[in-house]
Design a protein around this ligand. Structure first.
Ligand code: ZN
Length: 524
């Protein structure tokens, strides 16, 4: 007897909820590993996690998955365009079809090569020994080529790898929007750099303060003593003010800040503190809070199913960049925040003016290291990586020639050249972990963020007055209503068109740069 489609649908959803349950336990173990696990627990933790990862793979490849999806493909449930059931079936079929194309042996080979790659990278980064690391990278590139071939592609081997992080995006479309950004961004950056080099402080018409208060690389204006317990309390307060719900979340410490979800109502953020620097921890907290707010805005009743999940890394990143940069690095935000910071850290910040503070947190300067770069140059760091990883995958560039290609691309886009591999080609962990296709999602996040923020401002009126008064609920409500609550109902491309009426473009981000940094640096 044939099962009813509604029965198949219920069974499929129960099964996928079980996958989410097992994955959430894996995430909890990973969170613990990165926040508080004793070092000696490492090897047993690896056993625990690989046990659960194996269980997840088993559940995904359960033969009943294919049966349910085949039955549902023919059913009226799948035909109700944009209904909850149709979206769920569509997304699960897409995920399942990708997973079954990968041979088990290849999955295991990639996972092993990624573990070895990351371990090798840690050593290589410390010593700067790229040549020693190169065979590991070559092995990973070869495996990622095999993976792309197993997934299958029409235009570019990069397409199916990008799709893992940004479902539905094509390499050609991403390349097109990033090239348009580069064309405007490089001359704009050159103008900013020229302004900081040539305009003597105080002599530019209309500028009340010099554009650069301190030498490159210095944070002297904000250098001071910021006790760690006070920073933690201050960061928690900042997270609460923008709407993060600590009834369903925590903020802890880890070496590399991250955000993870351990259940429908369990959202974990981490940051790291430095005694002499307030802003590093605070901006990384606001960044992770942005990720956390997105997760808290996803419908909890659909946890584990596509309607309860984030669309893509680019959309996820748009939420973190929006709160970190567009809110957190705005003047209006610090009109509200600086008096509170001064009350918490009177000796360190007592003499700092709003102008000084605002300029200090918005210095633009071409540099070598991505994670230390500013809002403007950040995207050029991403462009370098996006271009090089495509060339590595296609074979146009070999791992042997990579360091030189890296250096000359940095010179071309940023005007700087690394003196060693640690601050050059070895600075990021991504490639050593097999994450090829990940980097562009950072810049996509910046682009989505600017386009959403512009639309939110058009819908709600200028935000300056609200931020100055510490009112963030209207912005958060807009994000929840327009973005968060949909889960994966739309692809990233569909969502941005639906919300802003236009396809993704580099123009809102450039408008933001010109308005903010053009004023700060006296360029247009
Ligand atoms: Zn992020």
């Amino acid at each position: 007897m044939k099962t009813l489609p509604s029965n198949s649908y219920a069974q499929l959803c129960d099964h996928v909820r079980e996958i989410a349950l097992v994955q959430s336990i894996e995430s909890l173990l990973e969170w613990d590993e990165r926040t508080g696990m004793p070092a000696a627990a490492g090897s047993y933790r690896a056993d625990q996690m690989s046990h659960l990862a194996g269980r997840v793979h088993q559940l995904w490849t359960d033969p009943r998955m294919a049966d349910w999806l085949a039955e549902l493909a023919e059913s009226p449930l799948a035909a109700q365009h944009e209904s909850d059931a149709a979206v769920t079936i569509r997304e699960l079929r897409r995920l399942y079809n990708k997973k079954v194309r990968l041979p088990q042996a290849l999955v295991e080979a990639i996972s092993r090569a990624a573990v070895l790659g990351q371990q090798g990278w840690v050593v290589a980064k410390r010593s700067g020994d790229y040549v020693g690391f190169r065979p590991l990278l070559e092995r990973l590139i070869a495996l990622k080529r095999e993976e792309a071939a197993a997934f299958g592609f029409e235009d570019s081997a990069y397409d199916p790898l990008l799709d893992e992080y940004e479902p539905g995006a094509s390499t050609a479309d991403v390349a097109c929007v990033l090239a348009a950004l580069r064309e405007d961004l490089v001359p704009f950056l050159n103008a900013v750099v020229a302004a900081t080099h040539h305009a003597p402080a105080g002599q530019r018409p209309g500028s009340r303060k010099p554009a650069v208060l301190t030498p490159v690389g210095s944070n002297a204006v904000l250098d001071g003593n910021f006790p760690l317990d006070l920073q933690a309390a201050f960061g928690q307060m900042a997270a609460e003010q923008v709407g993060f719900d600590f009834g369903a979340g925590r903020l802890d410490v880890s070496a590399h800040p991250f955000c993870t979800q351990l259940g429908p109502r369990d959202h974990r953020l981490t940051t790291r503190y430095a005694e002499r620097d307030l802003t590093d921890a605070l901006f990384s907290t606001l960044h992770e809070v942005g990720h956390g707010l997105y997760q808290q805005g996803l419908p909890a009743e659909h946890f584990g199913l596509p309607l309860g999940e984030a669309i893509s890394l680019g959309i996820h990143e748009s939420q973190s960049r929006l709160w970190e940069n567009l809110v957190g690095r705005s003047r209006a935000y610090w009109e509200w925040m600086l008096p509170q910071a001064k009350r918490t850290f009177p000796s360190a910040l007592g003499d700092v003016s709003l102008d000084q503070f605002y300029r200090q947190i918005n210095q633009v300067r071409p540099s070598l290291v991505r994670i230390e770069s500013d809002e403007v140059t950040y995207n050029l760091h991403i462009l370098v990586r996006f271009e090089l990883e495509q060339e590595l995958l296609s074979g146009e560039l070999t791992a042997t020639d990579l360091p030189e290609a890296w250096s000359s691309r940095y010179e071309q886009y940023l005007g700087v050249r690394p003196a060693n591999h640690s601050e050059g080609v070895l600075q990021d962990i991504h490639w050593s972990a097999g994450a090829i296709g990940y980097f562009p999602t950072y810049t996509l996040g910046n682009l989505y963020a600017a386009q959403f923020f512009e639309q939110a401002a058009a819908d709600l009126g200028p935000f300056e007055e609200m931020f100055r008064r510490g009112e963030f609920a209207p912005l958060l409500g807009w994000l929840q209503n327009n973005i968060h609550r949909h889960g994966r109902r739309y692809s990233a491309g569909e969502l941005v068109e639906r919300v802003t009426g236009r396809a993704l473009s580099h123009e809102p981000l450039m408008r933001h740069f010109r308005a903010k940094f053009g004023t700060l640096y006296g360029v247009s």
